[in-house]
Design a binder for this molecule. Structure first.
Ligand SMILES: *Cc1c(COP(=O)(O)O)cnc(C)c1O
Length: 366
């Protein structure tokens, strides 16, 4: 990486304090733009002590798995991989044979943002897309997709994949997940949950993790650590242990078995023991709520979806969008169903929110 590739900083004049503050205008592009939170960093530092058995047979990993079992209040099987794409696609591959199919909303990350990894790692299992409302799968369409064909020429539906919180920043309620679980049982489908932002959903709903996973019929959860504040780590959690058979081989073959596994697992201990996993998610959700309130007050700005977690999608005039980009703000407009997306993270500050709101307000004023 060259120096010129490093993040640029812009000056922002804080209107109240009248002091010059430095705002990094990359701050709302994604929650994976934020670095490592102190608790995860501390845990990695703590684990960086002497020798430990490699490939996951170490004490840190055993403890992290035990903490996750405690958190979910069940004897689940746990694996740690480097990223969400691997977590999702390997988990889905473990539910299906190559002639099966996976039902997911058209807006699903596994469909739009994983470069065909689910199909690749499952040797060709097909994704069958169904409609979604505000990022949540439409159950009638799931049923129709399963029942419209039962002959041998159709890729046999075997799993359903849902994202919690969703790609559009909404959150399935406990009842909505239970309804998916119930339909899945009726149709003989396994349930996979992409939980890249699972913590944000737990924080938004104020529930225990078990209520929106295994108690509601979820078979396997990919619990995101990265966007919650870790460097790299996603936990693949099998509530039905039988489904985890030989999953270790899948991880190894996919290049996802870390030899220094303790650095993927220890951060989980740090975040779970301190409660930072929920604190981080709560902070991000609250920051997004504040941003939502301030942005909604700007004439010409319209919220595209209900904000329920840490993501906000807005519609604004194209010239405002352009000026915002020219001023250095980074945000995505290709994700979900369009609009400008702003994400809050564990480290979002009031000054960052004020800086963005101030610029959008300024550019929106004729
Ligand atoms: C970020 C994200 C992932 C994981 O992506 P990786 O870049 O592979 O870690 C998975 N699902 C959703 C919904 C995400 O937002």
């Amino acid at each position: 990486m060259r120096c010129s590739d490093l993040p640029k900083f812009w000056e922002y004049k804080h209107k109240d304090a009248n002091t010059i503050m430095t705002i990094d205008k990359n701050c709302f592009a994604s929650d994976n733009y934020a670095g490592i939170c102190p608790e995860a960093w501390h845990a990695m530092n703590t684990a960086n002590n002497g020798y430990a058995i490699s490939y996951g047979d170490d004490a840190w990993t055993a403890k992290a798995c035990a903490e996750i079992r405690d958190l979910f209040e069940t004897d689940c099987e746990v694996f740690f991989v480097f990223n969400g794409t691997a977590a999702n696609s390997l988990a889905l591959a473990s539910l299906c044979q190559s002639y099966h199919s996976i039902i997911c909303p058209e807006s699903a990350h596994v469909e739009t943002d994983e470069c065909g990894a689910a199909e690749f790692f499952s040797n060709g299992t097909k994704l069958l897309l169904v409609g979604a409302e505000n990022g949540k799968v439409v159950l009638d369409e799931v049923e129709h997709t399963v029942k419209r064909r039962t002959d041998i020429h159709y890729p046999k539906p075997k799993a359903i994949s849902l994202t919690q919180s969703t790609e559009l920043g909404t959150v399935y309620t406990t009842a909505e997940i239970a309804a998916v679980g119930e339909l899945a049982r009726k149709l003989d489908l396994k349930v996979h949950m992409d939980g890249a932002r699972f913590a944000n959903a737990v924080a938004a709903l104020g529930v225990t993790p078990k209520e929106i996973t295994w108690q509601a019929g979820v078979d396997v959860l990919c619990f995101g650590g990265t966007k919650n504040g870790m460097a790299v780590s996603e936990a693949v959690i099998f509530f039905d242990r039988k489904l985890a058979a030989e999953f270790d081989y899948r991880c190894k073959q996919a290049g996802q078995l870390a030899s220094k596994m303790r650095f993927l697992s220890a951060p989980w201990i740090g975040l779970l023991e301190s409660g930072a996993w929920l604190k981080n998610a709560t902070h991000a959700n609250r920051a997004a709520a504040v941003l939502e309130k301030k942005l909604s007050a700007i004439p010409g700005v319209k919220l595209k979806f209900p904000r329920e977690a840490n993501a906000i999608f807005i519609e604004m005039p194209p010239e405002v969008c352009e000026k915002l980009r020219a001023a250095g703000w980074r945000f995505y407009t290709f994700i979900g169903a369009g609009g400008a997306r702003f994400l809050c993270s564990w480290r979002t500050t009031d000054s960052e929110i004020d800086a963005l709101v101030s610029d959008i307000t300024r550019f929106s004023t004729p």
